[in-house]
Design a protein around this ligand. Structure first.
Ligand code: PMP
Length: 403
């Protein structure tokens, strides 16, 4: 196992509940002290409505918000003028689906992958229904978990937008987003990347990804809820209308008309969640430091070891992935319902998630109803994996006896 100093003691949750095996970081990560301190410090020493007042405290809040924007922009290879804050990835994608002015005509195509979380599918499905657009799918091979080659055939000049996740929240498979965006661009198609699941594990670079828009939620990278980051390229900003209008995004309001401010601030009507945004920027710094200490290699190895341990249990079936993947594993037991397994594990203080993981099109296509997902993060250890495997063995025995 690569030498990685475990930051487990930096998390109040694990200091208070050392026995807890938390294997649901793909849903929300736990939050380290440094990030919580930044959040609390803002309310104790720097809280005011950003971008509103001219007194020192308000200016301090505005500066803190804009510093966080600069820092989160750098985190994904963008500039401050390309980053809007939203409540989360779901909101960001709805904003795009409702606000993009792409001159939609009946018959235009939107391409999504079979790996999409509902958050990066339902907004496009509804848009398609509204304008009579055609939704087309990039399939995933049920044996290997990778995208089948058909994407070169599916993305044609009729395609106006590709909405694709950087990684599946069910299998962890990383998708070839940059290649797809490069293929789509000559047709004039816009590529929207859902990086919500990938952000905690994959360094993001919007330039390398060649996407037009990208979003993630900070609670999936060791921060609090309430901070979403939406990158929109300069060219796409000119074709994007706000989803919500109100204070802070107008230059002039008349009785019958109004003018929006230019740029990303037009997407941020109302009081921003400055504390969550500052926490998000602090989490990005914390995560960068963990990566420098060897987090990525550590999690890759821990996940590989767990995968091998699970594979030894032939009563379990693992969902496939190939090549690069996130530190998560989904599995099912043909004879035990996923919810029963998860409940059994919960009784042993092991937190996992069971269900369709907001990815029903993928599960149905692969003919599963529900699977158990375990996801690993910086605070997990080999001991957590052993506890999981031991509890699974007990479950296997118990359910076999009750058959
Ligand atoms: N996309 C993916 C791939 C996700 O895993 C999630 C969160 N489960 C989302 C989008 C939505 O994120 P949020 O709930 O923070 O808006």
């Amino acid at each position: 196992m690569p030498d990685y100093p475990s930051p487990r003691q930096e998390f109040a949750l694990f200091r208070h509940e050392p026995e807890l095996v938390y294997l649901d970081s793909a849903a929300s990560c736990q939050v380290p002290d440094e990030v919580l301190s930044a959040y609390l410090n803002y309310y104790q020493h720097g809280h005011a409505n950003a971008h509103r007042g001219s007194y020192p405290l308000a200016q301090q809040a505005t500066a803190a918000l804009e510093n966080a924007r600069a820092s989160l922009a750098t985190f994904i290879g963008a500039t401050s003028s390309q980053i809007a804050f939203t409540p989360g990835a779901t909101y960001s994608i709805n904003l795009l689906a409702n606000g993009l002015e792409l001159d939609w005509q009946a018959g235009d195509e939107i391409v999504v992958s079979r790996a999409e979380h509902h958050a990066n599918f339902l907004p496009w499905q509804r848009l398609a229904q509204r304008y009579g657009l055609r939704l087309r799918w990039l399939d995933l091979d049920p044996r290997s978990g990778v995208l089948t080659e058909n994407w070169r055939e599916v993305i044609t000049p009729s395609c106006k937008l590709v909405a694709i996740t950087l990684a599946s929240n069910v299998t962890g498979q990383i998708l070839p987003v940059a290649e797809i965006a490069r293929h789509a661009r000559p047709f004039g198609a816009v590529t929207v990347v859902d990086a919500a699941q990938a952000v905690g594990s994959v360094p993001l670079d919007v330039v390398a990804l060649q996407c037009d828009a990208l979003t993630f939620s900070a609670h999936k990278m060791y921060s609090v809820t309430g901070c979403g980051v939406l990158y929109v390229s300069d060219a796409l900003q000119a074709r994007l209308q706000p989803l919500v209008v109100g204070g802070g995004m107008v230059t002039r309001v008349e009785e019958h008309s109004a003018e929006w401010v230019s740029g990303v601030h037009a997407l941020e009507a109302g009081t921003p969640n400055t504390a969550a945004i500052i926490a998000g920027a602090t989490a990005a710094q914390w995560l960068r430091a963990q990566r420098e200490r060897g987090l990525t290699g550590y999690l890759q190895q821990l996940t590989q070891q767990l995968r091998e341990q699970l594979q030894q249990r032939n009563w379990l079936q693992l969902l496939p992935y190939q090549g690069d993947a996130l530190p998560l594993i989904s599995f099912y037991a043909p004879n035990i319902h996923a919810f029963d397994l998860a409940s059994f594990l919960a009784e042993h203080a092991i937190a996992v998630r069971a269900g369709s993981h907001c990815a029903q099109p993928l599960l149905r296509y692969w003919q599963h109803e529900a699977v158990v997902r375990v996801s690993l993060a910086a605070y997990n250890t080999a001991a957590d994996c052993e506890r999981l495997c031991a509890a699974l063995d007990e479950a296997c025995q118990l359910f076999a006896e009750s058959d």
